[in-house]
Design a protein around this ligand. Structure first.
Ligand code: 5AD
Ligand code: FES
Length: 358
């Protein structure tokens, strides 16, 4: 079927998505153009910022792709203290970032739960209640999610990594701490509590097929996510999946496949928030801007204090690790304008999808 005919449909079938994920050349350009048009018409050309604070690279998990996995002995572990975090929050507030995102390796101790809670409460205090708070701190108990929500966090990112259970267990150890169903339930719990919920997957994983990716997009639609973050998988040498590096598609193909995932998702879910993932920039210097052009509307500039950035290496070649927040700030506005968008300063930029009455 000509892809222009697929665009006419109100719902994409699995086969439609597979066809769209396989396009290249002129059809790929057509896809990107249609996604861009869909975005402009439904949510406009404003990009919202979430100042990203990488709280700690201490992680109790052992995901087989991830550079900060528990078994990697070859990194220096760190944890920012509350004062350092609040400094970064103040920076975000002063520079009108609108929101912050706190990301951390997965820790479930009472001390950690308390620390995040303190950060949420104090962040609200120092910003007169104005700063929006996104959390990305992994799987936690319902009680913990509730506590953080009640303290003022209102968005949560938890990537499903792959919505196909079989693939999930090829990229995670098959044990109690890496349970597919638990992860799915965590997403459901977050939704029930009232968070705006974001999920996502890595693109170009070993063993992953176009069919898996089509199912991932259908999963997001079916789960009715408010936000999504998808990025290319980038191999890390201190991880078990590194042994499959020769079977991976070339980086530039992982990049363009991620672009297609973003574009198709934008067409499928017109008013959700889609992140232009940092991992895109590890492959292409203007990767995030390209993602904005094909459907993404959220940027997460790293505002972690510079000296710690090197250590939060989920994958190799992570960009901006030697910059400080000041440098990033001056470059964001220019970059966003380069692709004819504007930055929504001091705005939360919540997912319109979430706000819509059902
Ligand atoms: N390449 C790309 N993304 C990765 N992540 C973890 N390891 C890698 C990697 N090697 C992503 C996961 C996780 C997010 C915080 O970072 O999807 O959810
Ligand atoms: Fe699970 Fe890092 S160890 S994402």
């Amino acid at each position: 079927m000509p892809i222009a005919d697929i665009f006419e449909k109100t719902e994409f079938s699995r086969n439609d998505i597979i066809q769209l994920l396989s396009v290249n050349g002129d059809d790929e350009k057509l896809l990107f153009k249609f996604a861009a048009k869909t975005k402009t018409e439904s949510i406009g050309n404003t990009v919202y910022l979430r100042g990203l604070i990488e709280l700690s690279n201490i992680c109790s998990k052992d995901c087989m792709y991830c550079g900060i996995r528990k078994s990697n002995q070859d990194i220096k572990r760190y944890s920012l203290d509350v004062v350092e975090v609040l400094k970064a929050v103040q920076f975000a507030y002063d520079n009108k970032y609108g929101s912050i995102a706190i990301q951390s390796g997965e820790i479930t101790s009472a001390a950690f739960v308390d620390k995040i809670n303190t950060i949420i409460l104090r962040s609200k205090e120092i910003s007169n209640g104005e700063i929006g708070i996104t959390l990305s701190c992994g799987e936690q108990s319902e009680e913990t999610y509730r506590t953080w929500f009640e303290s003022g966090a209102h968005r949560y990112l938890l990537r499903i990594e792959s919505s196909t259970e079989e693939l999930y267990y090829k990229i995670h150890p098959k044990d109690d701490t890496h349970n597919f169903q638990t992860r799915l339930n965590a997403l459901k719990t977050l939704k029930k509590i009232g968070y705006q919920v974001g999920t996502g997957v890595m693109v170009g994983l070993p063993f992953q097929t176009i069919e898996h990716l089509a199912d991932d997009l259908l999963f997001m639609k079916e789960f009715d996510v408010d936000m999504c973050g998808m990025g290319p998988y980038i191999e890390h040498k201190n991880t078990p999946l590194y042994q499959f590096k020769d079977s991976l598609m070339p980086l530039k193909d992982r990049f363009s496949l991620t672009m297609k995932m973003i574009a198709i998702l934008r067409i499928m879910m017109k008013d959700i928030n889609i992140v232009a993932a940092t991992a895109l920039q590890a492959i292409d210097k203007i990767g995030r801007e390209k993602a904005i052009q094909v459907g993404a509307n959220i940027l997460m500039p790293n505002i972690t204090p510079g000296k710690f950035r090197d250590s939060y290496a989920l994958y190799e070649n992570k960009p901006c690790t030697d910059e400080n927040a000041e440098d990033c700030k001056s470059c964001i506005d220019v970059r966003v304008h380069l692709v004819n968008h504007k930055v929504g300063y001091s705005e939360w930029g919540d997912s319109l999808h979430f706000q819509k009455p059902i």
